[in-house]
Design a protein around this ligand. Structure first.
Ligand code: UD1
Ligand code: UDP
Length: 364
């Protein structure tokens, strides 16, 4: 039996292709939701849109400091795993849910597979970087999306026989849902926008939005983009960001903030945007896959493949850099090849695991 641990929006989206593949192959799966994300538009909407069964276990840990979240997840996941004794636990990404889930499993000597292994920003101030490193080093199966990610793992001494290059399941998720997303075109008229005549933005990284100067720089940059290019700036706002905008009393001049939206609506907005401005990991990847130019309001990225193919530019959080970065990206030819695989990552991951279990005579 496979146990899938999910906790946040991107984990649900990127784990879905693996859950789907297991269902197709008749492999028994169990989903444990930590409850790190819990608002309807950050959680349940993805289960509905991606047609996923409700989680078998919902731990309901909610928000808190890193230690509070990690501590509660450790205890909750340990409890479930002791009762269920799965053959393998799969985690995806770099959140507190991922690290705590992997750590609880490894302490019980249950094998761990880390999906999206080997990503590095080389910035240890990011909570995600710590989670990635720790998760990679307690995992038994490391599913690296790219050659670069595998190289990062080898450089840290992870044995090569634990690592498989599989592509990123976000490509599967985009391919599996893009057609369905086209049916959500009404979102364009609801927002009074036209295809290829608006910019789409998201920002939620802790180091950006919890820092007044950085968040202010980003918002000022977005305002300048609105006036310079005369386009709506559509901003589905993460709850962390919404909270900080209010707390820091920052202006949203020329920006159209909306609530976070479902994956299908978001894909549609991304695919038809003229430019994407983000600090999200998943959004950098999706823009690259969809052929939409992107600027990233950060000083580093764990997705350097997007920079290498020129789909993405790192611009930092100062308004003048955001403006000049946008101008540069809009002039770049929109032709690059997607470095994240063919959309068969889910199948490849399941096949690595089934082969490994078969080789040691374990029935899954
Ligand atoms: C987390 C991950 C981050 C990931 C992001 C995906 C960590 C350390 N961070 O950041 O890597 O990119 O999820 O979106 O694991 N809130 C709600 N409703 C929710 C969830 C959160 O209102 O459903 C609010 C709460 O005020 C909470 C804040 O958002 O305090 C932040 O949530 P949290 O899960 O701590 O971190 P994220 O910023 O979402
Ligand atoms: N996303 C979404 N609705 C939104 C904003 C983002 O469905 O309003 C999706 C997006 O398509 C991507 C994922 O959420 O697949 C990215 O999640 P997030 O930016 O929260 O986290 P990160 O990828 O940075 O960890």
């Amino acid at each position: 039996m496979f146990a899938f641990i999910v906790g946040t929006r991107p984990e649900i989206i990127k784990m879905a292709p693996i859950i789907r593949e297991c269902e197709k192959q008749g492999i028994t799966g169990l989903t444990i939701h930590t409850g790190q994300h819990y608002s309807y538009e950050m959680d349940k909407v993805f289960f509905e849109e991606l047609n996923l069964s409700d989680p078998d276990y919902s731990l309901g840990v909610g928000s808190g400091t890193d230690a509070e979240q990690i501590g509660k997840i450790l205890v909750g996941v340990e409890n479930v795993l002791m009762n269920e004794q799965p053959d393998i636990v799969l985690v995806e990404g770099d959140t507190n849910s991922v690290f705590a889930g992997a750590y609880a499993a490894t302490k019980l000597q249950i094998e761990v597979g880390h999906v999206e292994a080997g990503l590095r920003s080389f910035d240890r101030f990011m909570p995600e970087e710590i989670n990635r490193i720790l998760t990679d080093h307690v995992s038994d199966f490391l599913f690296a999306p790219t050659v670069k990610a595998k190289g990062n793992l080898l450089a840290e001494g992870v044995p090569a026989n634990k690592i498989s290059i599989t592509g990123n399941t976000i490509v599967d998720a985009v391919h599996q849902n893009l057609q369905l997303a086209q049916k959500r075109e009404s979102v364009l008229s609801e927002l009074s926008i036209e295809k290829n005549n608006y910019f789409l933005t998201t920002t939620h990284r802790r180091e950006n939005v919890d820092n007044k100067a950085r968040l202010n720089g980003i918002l000022k940059g977005l305002t300048e983009l609105h006036y310079e290019f005369d386009v709506p700036i559509i901003f589905p706002m993460h709850p962390r960001t919404r909270k900080r905008v209010v707390e820091f009393d920052l202006a949203l001049d020329g920006i159209t903030p909306i609530s976070p939206i479902g994956f299908l609506e978001f894909l549609l907005l991304e695919a038809n945007a003229e430019l994407v401005i983000t600090d999200s990991g998943g959004v950098q990847e999706e823009a690259c896959i969809l052929g939409v130019p992107c600027i990233t309001v950060r000083d580093n990225t764990e997705r350097p493949e997007t920079i290498a193919v020129h789909s993405n530019l790192l611009v930092g959080t100062k308004s003048d850099q955001i403006l000049s970065g946008a101008k540069a990206m809009l002039q770049t030819p929109h032709k690059w090849s997607n470095p994240f695989g063919n959309g068969d990552a889910g199948e490849r991951i399941v096949s690595v695991l089934t082969d490994a279990f078969k080789a040691c005579g374990v029935e899954i």
